[in-house]
Ligand binder design. Structure first.
Ligand SMILES: Nc1ncnc2c1ncn2[C@@H]1O[C@H](COP(=O)(O)OP(=O)(O)OP(=O)(O)O)[C@@H](O)[C@H]1O
Length: 227
């Protein structure tokens, strides 16, 4: 993606130059409101209301997990996980959906409605739904933000395992998450992207690994003084 974007005539970003490395995780951080979700929406082709000037290679069919869980309130947890197949008129792969629910720790909640779940449980249903999809490109907008620290670490590891080999763009506010999962780490600022040296060890990296702690500290310093 190279170009600028505006919403309702208000500039969101200008001359952004973002290349996703295939088969690898790119983590995108940056201050609230800088335009990270707008970038994801453009890549996903959900650009309603956004005016984009520039060139954009759309990655084809993507899986996307938005910041809001977007669960259908009238569908059970299981049917929410099967929603993609249902909307495409495909056969429901219930064993795979049960596996995903088991993996996110919600096997016992399959028959409940979303209203009966906590915020973190709802976010894990949305994660399970995203991980149901078999897509080469996956866009994740703060997918672990509502989770407690331990569950967050477990879901990071699960997601890295299930999306191995995919091209992933992860928006996060968490420097530790970016240091664990990022193979490219970028900070979005009003004047463009800042490339932060990512650890080179395989992902998901150990939370306590020296290279993770170094990258996390480096990122935190850049977020404080992005220029
Ligand atoms: N529907 C909309 N109408 C008008 N302005 C919008 C709309 N959606 C987003 N914006 C504006 O676009 C800018 C970028 O929003 P975006 O959601 O992309 O930021 P973000 O970096 O993802 O923020 P956050 O980290 O808080 O999620 C913000 O200033 C926001 O106010």
């Amino acid at each position: 993606m190279t170009g600028s974007a505006a919403i309702d005539g208000t500039p969101i970003f200008s001359q952004l130059d973002l290349v996703l490395t295939p088969h690898s995780w790119t983590c995108l951080l940056g201050a609230s409101g800088v335009g990270k979700s707008t970038v994801l929406r453009l890549f996903a082709g959900l650009a309603e209301g956004i005016t984009f000037n520039g060139s954009l290679s759309k990655p084809g069919c993507v899986a996307m997990m938005a910041q809001q869980d977007l669960l259908m309130p009238w569908l059970s947890v299981m049917d929410n996980v099967l929603l993609g197949a249902s909307l495409r008129g495909e056969r429901a792969d219930k064993p795979r959906a049960r596996d995903r629910l088991e993996q996110v720790g919600l096997a016992d909640h399959a028959d409940k409605l979303p209203a009966a779940l906590s915020g973190g449980q709802r976010q894990r249903v949305a994660l399970a739904r995203t991980l149901m999809e078999d897509r080469a490109v996956v866009l994740l907008d703060e997918p672990f933000s509502a989770l407690d620290a331990l569950t967050r670490a477990q879901m990071q590891e699960l997601t890295a395992e299930l999306l191995a080999g995919r091209t992933v763009l992860l928006v996060t506010h968490d420097p530790n998450e970016a240091a664990r999962l990022g193979q490219t780490i970028l900070i979005m600022t009003p004047t463009g992207l800042v490339d932060i040296a990512a650890p080179t060890s395989p992902i998901p990296r150990d939370i306590h690994a020296a290279d993770v702690l170094r990258a996390q500290a480096d990122l935190f310093d850049h977020l404080r003084r992005p220029t």
